[in-house]
Design a binder for this molecule. Structure first.
Ligand code: FAD
Length: 406
């Protein structure tokens, strides 16, 4: 291979480029991103970046000179508009075409738009990229009343930051508890108490019907007739995979660009990695899509190896984190499909963990202010160590000793 293009200059795109060079690829390498900045970290956008003085440059993974050293042609503010697989070339928004003999799609996701009348009101913001974070940050400096629509990770992180900055904050959630898609009631309740304890108002089972101007300014209207006045409305209701380029070129897509355990698409010279993929991981029976730094990094390494014909299956344990006020939530493994969960320790801010099992087999562990539990959980899960629900729930049981016993 002599000409590799990477579409999407985010976490996964950068990792593909670095992994290719690390594996000895010496050919032409072009990393194309539609955003104006070199690859940067998104996690701080809803956390430290919004909270205070945090220069944009601190978000960048690497200084610009790094790309020159790596001999990577980094094209920023450049959108790829079409992919022609037969001709093995892509078209840029400028009309320029670039040929490839190997291609990586690392296009990430975009925010799901709020599907209600008035959603295009200027008071409504979303958070995916640095431009969004810059806009929210400057509005937070003057906003008093903030309504966050969506009680998931990003909505809650933004809510915590806005509250810490002194705003009156309402979180509006359609389901009956926080982070209900991925967390058990014990964790949802813990976070509900945490946010309420800091003075945030939470509304569950609340359907937003419109964003509308009222006599006292813009308001979020709910199905029960309530109107929540707001200076700033932040919608965090999930994301959609950027798969249109791939789908239009005939690559198989579902909830993401479909790739096998080698990060290969249905075209042998095209790989994909990161948030945009519906992928397989050897540790799990079913394919899935993940939105996490771990997946972007580890899957990108697999994708780079595949481009060079050095195939290695994806078999890395998923992990994730979220920071809300002074609580760090860390997740190891995937809890989907669990039939039992066991709490280790009392659910207080001092810290506790939740162990998930399916048919007695450990699937995942959520740790709250328990970094040592999290690191141990990653080792236990990666090694496939047998842990029983009784052992997990017994704080007197040294789970570390199970590792050495195995
Ligand atoms: P992205 O980082 O989204 O990069 C994709 C890039 O491709 C984008 O820059 C996009 O503009 C570009 N692109 C798309 N289409 C085109 C095109 N046609 N032409 C050119 N460029 C294109 N994960 C965690 O594990 N922990 C956290 O605490 C956490 N917090 C987060 C907080 C926020 C606010 C956000 C937004 C995400 C957070 N995440 C977190 C998720 C994590 O940041 C993502 O999983 C990760 O960035 C995915 O990397 P990626 O490279 O797949 O996609």
């Amino acid at each position: 291979m002599n000409r590799i293009l990477i579409i999407g200059a985010g976490q996964a795109g950068l990792q593909v480029a670095e992994a290719l060079r690390k594996r000895g690829y010496g050919g032409a390498l072009c990393l194309i991103g539609e955003e104006a900045w070199p690859p940067y970290q998104r996690p701080p956008l809803s956390k430290q970046y919004l909270a205070g003085d945090f220069a944009d440059e601190r978000l960048y993974f690497r200084p610009l000179g790094h790309y020159t050293k790596l001999n990577v042609d980094l094209r920023l503010a450049t959108r790829v508009t079409a992919l022609d697989r037969a001709a093995r070339q892509v078209t840029l928004a400028s009309g320029e075409t670039l040929a490839y003999d190997g291609l990586a799609l690392t296009t990430g996701t975009r925010v799901r738009p709020l599907p209600v009348p008035g959603a295009d009101h200027p008071a409504v913001c979303y958070l995916r990229g640095l431009a969004d974070a810059q806009a929210i940050k400057s509005r937070l400096a003057v906003a008093r009343r903030v309504v966050v629509i969506g009680g998931g990770f990003i909505g809650l992180e933004v809510a915590a930051t806005a509250r810490a900055r002194g705003c009156d904050v309402h979180v509006v959630e359609a389901l009956d508890r926080l982070m209900a898609r991925v967390m058990p009631p014990v964790v949802s309740d813990f976070f509900a108490n945490l946010h309420r304890g800091h003075g945030t108002q939470l509304r569950f089972g609340a359907q937003v019907t419109a964003i509308a101007d009222t006599a006292s300014g813009v308001a979020v209207r709910l199905q029960d007739g309530t109107a929540l006045p707001a200076d700033l409305i932040i919608a965090g209701i999930g994301v959609l995979p950027n798969q249109e380029l791939a789908a239009a070129a005939g690559l198989t897509c579902s909830n993401g660009i479909e790739v096998d355990e080698f990060a290969c698409t249905s075209d042998p010279v095209i790989v994909a990695a990161g948030d945009c993929t519906w992928h397989r991981n050897r540790l799990f029976d079913a394919p899935h899509r993940l939105e996490s730094v771990q997946n972007a990094v580890d899957q990108a390494k697999v994708a780079a190896a595949s481009l060079l014909g050095q195939r290695q299956p994806y078999a890395d344990l998923p992990w994730f984190w979220s920071d809300q006020f002074d609580v760090k939530l860390q997740i190891a493994g995937l809890s989907a499909g669990h039939d039992q969960c066991v709490v280790r320790g009392a659910p207080t801010p001092a810290g506790f963990s939740v162990y998930y099992f399916k048919a007695g087999r450990l699937l995942a562990v959520d740790s709250l202010n328990r970094p040592a539990d999290h690191m141990l959980a990653r080792r236990l899960l990666s090694a496939g160590t047998a842990v029983t629900p009784a052992q997990a729930g017994d704080t007197a049981c040294d789970l570390k000793s199970l590792l050495t016993a195995a």
